[in-house]
Design a protein around this ligand. Structure first.
Ligand code: CMP
Length: 462
């Protein structure tokens, strides 16, 4: 407001002085001096009017219509245009200069400059239109032709895009104004997809459920809208699917897409869902007695031999444990066991590292780190209760999954096995409790007795 009032006050004082001198004929300014005083008064008045109009257009009308700040570039262009008209009017009407020459010269000059600066002016006006329309803002993701990145800066002439390779792409605004651009607004949900295929012999529901379950708990993916999978078509050798997921940060889309593909691979491998490819291949397989994982060097018999809880088992029983069960592989960050879910199997880690985690008030804490030769999942398997903690793969983890029927047979024949496992479960239970608060030795013993009785009941042992 001050910027409007001061020139107005100055012009009023100037006009009063001018009329006083003209009417009384007294004063210290004569002839051309008076003309210049009048020109100054009009200049101040004009400045006040231009500023008032700028305030009216940009601070009130523009803001009310677009609900955002008027771009600085537009304000500057308006001021330049208004002041040049004001300057010409004062020169012609007040100071009585012949401005036709000036106007003609400036018109010729404009044409010459227009030709010389064709590209620059094109970019300038495209930049002006980008400022006014604001089709994208700083930090928005944009995809333009084969280029993609985050908007880093928009100037009068160029728009700078920051790419994932930490390079900067600088586009002339006229180019952006001519072509179509895909904009991914920052901090607002946008959808992306990962394409995959699965065998015709597996039902779509099995594939869709496995794919959707595989993308839980991924960083950067938003779960405000749950990821969904659907069929996109029937290919020559496979059913084609897409997994749709939502994100807020465009710069993380490629990373999330790669992680999703990795998760789908692991999920399909575990669930025996094949992704056929259109080649003719003849597989000659030898019948195998032991299940094979992706790490062919893991000797599960050897791993089981080193685990103390399996000591009561004979050599044949240990071998049967390996042969009658299957192998699963999990990628880094995948949940192998989820707290609160039902579980009817336990796992022996053949390769890799996993963390046992509990959460309270939304924050995770690690109870134990399990490495090759450790086992987990026995607490639910032996009690029938929901899983007591999350077990998450730290790196690529391969496990032997021991299911209830195979262990039940061994428990019936080995009373000692029940005891050893009940001690282990009680210890781990105490570990969990200790994590939450402290537990005394006697409480562990009572808990162990309870667990032993529960296990016997659950497996119908006498
Ligand atoms: P379960 O309850 O079936 O699923 C979570 C698993 O985490 C649990 O079985 C145990 O195998 C494992 N677990 C729980 N507490 C501990 C602990 N204190 N130390 C090691 N492993 C544990």
């Amino acid at each position: 407001m001050k910027k409007i009032i001061w020139p107005a006050v100055l012009s009023i004082v100037g006009f009063l002085t001018y009329f006083f001198i003209r009417l009384t004929g007294t004063g210290f300014i004569y002839g051309n001096g008076l003309k210049y005083l009048l020109a100054g008064c009009y200049a101040c008045l004009g400045m006040s009017v231009v500023r008032f109009l700028g305030f009216l257009f940009f601070n009130i009308l523009y803001r009310r219509r677009t609900r955002r700040e008027a771009p600085a570039l537009l304000r500057i262009m308006f001021s330049m245009f208004a002041y040049s008209i004001l300057f010409t009017l004062i020169l012609g009407l007040v100071l009585e200069y012949d401005v036709t020459g000036l106007v003609a010269t400036s018109a010729v000059l404009s044409v010459v400059l227009g030709f010389a600066l064709q590209d620059t002016l094109g970019n300038f006006f495209a930049g002006a239109s980008l400022h006014v329309e604001q089709p994208f803002k700083i930090k928005d993701g944009i995809k333009f032709r084969e280029y993609a990145g985050e908007v880093d800066a928009v100037s009068w002439r160029t728009t700078t895009i920051h790419t994932n390779s930490n390079t900067y792409l600088i586009f002339p605004n006229s180019l952006l104004a001519r072509d179509s651009i895909e904009v991914f607004p920052y901090n607002r949900l946008h959808r992306h997809s990962v394409l995959f295929s699965a065998s015709y012999s597996i039902s779509p529901q099995t594939v869709i459920t496995a794919a959707e379950a595989s993308v839980r708990d991924l960083p950067h993916v938003s779960y405000e809208i749950e990821p969904t999978a659907r069929i996109t078509g029937f290919g020559e050798s496979s059913v084609n699917y897409e997994l749709l997921y939502w994100m807020k940060d465009y710069m993380k889309v490629a990373e999330a897409g790669a992680k999703i593909k990795e998760r789908i691979w692991y999920a399909f491998y575990r669930d025996n869902i094949s992704m056929p490819f259109p080649t003719r291949h003849v597989l000659i397989e030898r019948a195998q007695t032991e299940p094979r994982g992706i790490f062919c060097d893991v000797d599960y018999r050897g791993v089981i031999d080193k685990i103390d809880v399996f000591e009561p088992l004979s050599s044949t029983e240990r071998a049967s444990l390996v042969c009658s069960n299957g192998i699963c592989v999990y990628g880094p960050g995948e949940y192998m066991v989820r707290c609160g879910e039902a579980g009817e199997s336990m796992f022996i880690i053949g390769k890799g590292k996993a963390e046992v985690r509990v959460s309270s008030n939304g924050a995770f804490s690690t109870v134990a780190v399990l490495e090759t030769g450790s086992f987990f999942g026995e607490m639910s398997l032996f009690s029938g209760e929901p899983r007591s903690a999350d077990v998450v793969a730290v790196d690529e983890v391969e496990v032997l999954e021991i299911r209830k029927p195979s262990i039940q047979k061994l428990l019936v024949e080995n009373a000692k096995l029940v005891e050893v496992f009940s001690t282990k479960v009680a210890e781990r239970h105490a570990g969990l409790e200790r994590h939450a608060n402290s537990v005394r030795r006697e409480e562990i013993e009572i808990e162990q007795e309870n667990i032993l009785q529960r296990m016997k009941r659950f497996f119908n042992l006498s």
